[in-house]
Design a protein around this ligand. Structure first.
Ligand code: CO8
Length: 257
């Protein structure tokens, strides 16, 4: 598959997507949207792939939606196209997606990172929702997902002042799962992704689904959903293998991975 704005390569069982519009700090334009969503769809459907990593450059994961492409759009354009709605397809990707963020993750860039399943940040990472400085607001989940990650006070602060959060604050606030030295970002992200890809794929996908349901359901309904999925996992050969291997003090060999 030929892409114009990303690099897509496989590293073992991991699909690695690198945003690649260096002259625009990986600003998200229509081409990049199309390319990322296509690559995600192909990796999700590829039985050889167990986990996906999205990364950018040292300077920028992505500095937001492409302001120059977007500036002349009208309300009617936005409404008729349901502008940004195509990114909803990301929520239908069933394999885990890790964002590996170095440098700027601003506006749509921060939103893209948050739409992944978790974020590993380099010490150089900077997160922000600076749309207010452009006279607008987040449009791809910033006001909703950021609030769920870091709470109302910090999300308000970020959306209303447009200030950036560094990697240490992002980790403290629960926005990112871990912070690593900049030079080790890709290696660490690939290591985590490979670990995930070596587990039972249906078990991985069910874990992802259950954690994501916690955003949609009440606690009681979420607990019920988790219990039912847990029950069903005893139909997996990989459950028998994983538990037998533990009892026999050996490494499991999962069949579905
Ligand atoms: N859109 C278009 N071009 C951009 C963007 C952007 N978001 N960010 C940077 N660029 C371009 C610059 O225009 C510049 O191009 P040129 O060399 O042709 O002038 C090039 O990238 C390098 O940028 P700078 O010279 O500005 O680099 P600096 O190191 O001086 O500054 C910053 C880096 C601080 C990141 C600065 O570029 C900046 O403030 N960028 C804009 C950040 C921003 O406001 N982002 C929010 C955009 S709005 C948005 O994301 C709405 C989200 C809605 C949902 C999106 C779903 C995809």
């Amino acid at each position: 598959m030929a892409y114009e704005t990303i690099l897509a390569e496989t590293r073992g069982k991991v699909g690695l997507i690198t945003l690649n519009r260096p002259t625009a700090l990986n600003a998200i334009n229509s081409g990049l949207t199309r390319d990322v969503l296509e690559a995600l769809k192909l990796y999700d459907a590829d039985p050889a792939i167990g986990c996906i990593v999205i990364t950018g450059s040292e300077k920028a994961f992505a500095a937001g939606a492409d302001i120059k492409e977007m500036q002349s759009r009208s309300y009617v354009d936005n409404y008729l196209d349901d502008f940004f709605a195509e990114w909803d397809a990301m929520q239908r990707v069933r394999k885990p997606i890790i964002a590996a963020v170095a440098g700027y993750a601003l506006g749509g860039g921060c939103e893209l990172a948050m739409a992944c399943d978790f974020i590993i940040a380099a010490e150089t990472a900077k997160f922000g929702q600076p749309e207010i400085t452009l006279g607008v607001m987040p449009g791809m989940g910033g006001s909703q997902r950021l609030t769920r990650f870091v709470g109302k006070s910090k999300a308000m602060d970020m959306c209303l002042t447009g200030r950036m959060m560094d990697a240490a604050e992002a980790e403290r606030s629960g926005l990112v799962s871990r912070v690593v030295p900049a030079g080790e970002l890709i290696e660490e992200a690939l290591k985590a992704a490979t670990k995930i890809a070596d587990f039972s794929l249906p078990a991985v996908m069910m874990n992802k689904e259950a954690v994501n349901r916690s955003y949609e359901l009440t606690l009681q309904e979420g607990l019920r959903f988790e219990r039912r999925v847990f029950h069903s996992m005893f139909a997996l050969e990989d459950q028998k293998e994983g538990m037998s291997a533990f009892a026999e003090k050996r490494k499991p060999t999962f069949k579905n991975r």
